[in-house]
Design a protein around this ligand. Structure first.
Ligand SMILES: Cc1cc2nc3c(=O)[nH]c(=O)nc-3n(C[C@H](O)[C@H](O)[C@H](O)COP(=O)(O)OP(=O)(O)OC[C@H]3O[C@@H](n4cnc5c(N)ncnc54)[C@H](O)[C@@H]3O)c2cc1C
Length: 330
């Protein structure tokens, strides 16, 4: 095992000092706005850097976690003992809305040097780095008259996180529009994996089964009038505003939808609308959301989630499965 000083030095040699943070508060990086420090926080720009960084961490025996935009995550108050690696907001290119101005990169042919939050269009396909924002890709698709990602415009995560979770809303989910993904496999090989082999299911994919890293995703979309796409996105946005407690920090729907039921309804029927522990609680507006109402701790949010699971099970016999991922020490 390499000592801390040595691997810190090696990491800064690869990324530069400004992209290696020590004891970085995770509350800055997750949508619940809670969470203690990660021992090391690394902003990785491209695949070549990623391979070097993983080599250093593996040699040093340091555990690591890939962070997208932190919108489906609860990090404990005592933080994470290891390295958190992100690709978001590192080297992104300016958003551009004409295919002409974009580099002519064919799907799946991003160079190793392409920043991991780049978005490129080739005909009816968009290839986006895992660190790109899903909203940004959806808007770019719309501006180029490409339909299919309307559902994603209001999902605040990254392309990588969306792939892992098979993110979806209203009439769409990632499974319907992903053509393939470039993955760094656990054995160090980089593969282009087709939709079928990504094993999408309800809020899951192959990346929930194996510790591969999503590098890029290629979407196959359909031509449509931008005004019709805008109309659909606007309708979805209005529905979100009306139903979801977007005024409070959260991670979206806390629980998966149990087959044949709605989590929110089961929670309400168990008498838990507005149920509170400290600053955390079940949203009054939408019982499927646990929210950080008033400077909650991660432990309080976790307590609400676990109490809801226990009380719904006692009331209805149905076990609510968490959609939100727990990380670190609480
Ligand atoms: C207000 C709000 C509304 C939401 N609405 C929706 C919705 O309508 N539909 C929906 O599905 N979700 C919704 N969510 C939840 C969340 O936005 C999605 O689950 C999203 O896909 C998570 O993406 P992320 O980048 O934030 O991932 P994170 O939360 O950062 O990570 C999620 C998982 O993906 C892994 N991961 C991330 N990037 C990579 C990578 N490059 N390689 C390997 N693993 C990676 C992480 O390790 C983690 O296990 C909502 C959240 C909020 C806060």
């Amino acid at each position: 095992m390499t000592d801390t000083k040595t691997y810190y030095h090696e990491l800064t040699f690869v990324l530069g000092e400004d992209r290696v943070q020590i004891d970085e508060p995770m509350s800055r990086h997750i949508s619940f706005r809670v969470g203690g420090p990660a021992d090391i926080f690394l902003r990785v720009g491209d695949t070549a850097e990623l391979e070097k960084v993983l080599g250093i961490l593996q040699t040093a025996g340091v555990p690591y976690f890939f962070l997208g935009k932190g919108t489906n995550l609860l990090v404990g108050d005592r933080g994470y003992r290891g390295a958190v690696i992100t690709f978001t907001g590192v080297k992104s290119q300016p958003l551009t809305d004409t295919t002409k101005e974009l580099p002519a990169i064919e799907a799946g042919e991003f160079s190793e040097a392409a920043p991991l939050d780049t978005v490129c269009i080739a005909g009816e396909e968009i290839t986006a780095g895992a660190g790109a924002s899903l909203t940004r890709v959806a808007v770019m698709a719309r501006d180029n008259g490409l339909s299919g990602l309307e559902f994603a415009a209001g999902i605040p995560g990254s392309v990588g996180g969306g792939l892992v979770m098979n993110a979806g809303a209203y009439d769409g989910e990632m499974r319907q529009v992903v053509k393939s993904a470039r993955l760094l496999m656990p054995d160090g090989k980089i593969l282009t994996v087709s939709n079928n082999d990504l094993r999408f299911g309800y809020r899951k994919s192959l990346l929930k089964e194996i510790p591969a890293v999503a590098l890029q995703v290629t979407f196959r979309l359909t031509p449509k009038e931008p005004s019709a796409i805008t109309e659909k996105m606007q309708d979805f946005a209005n529905r979100r505003l009306a139903k979801q407690p977007l005024e409070y920090p959260s991670a979206g729907s806390t629980f998966k939808r149990p087959e044949g039921h709605f989590a929110g309804q089961l929670i309400e029927e168990a008498g838990l609308r507005g149920y509170t522990v400290g600053g955390a609680g079940v949203s009054e507006k939408h019982c499927g959301f646990v929210v950080n109402r008033d400077n909650a701790s991660a432990a309080e949010i976790r307590q609400v989630i676990e109490d809801v699971q226990a009380k719904v099970l006692a009331h209805s016999g149905i076990r609510l499965e968490r959609e939100v991922i727990f990380l670190g020490e609480f």
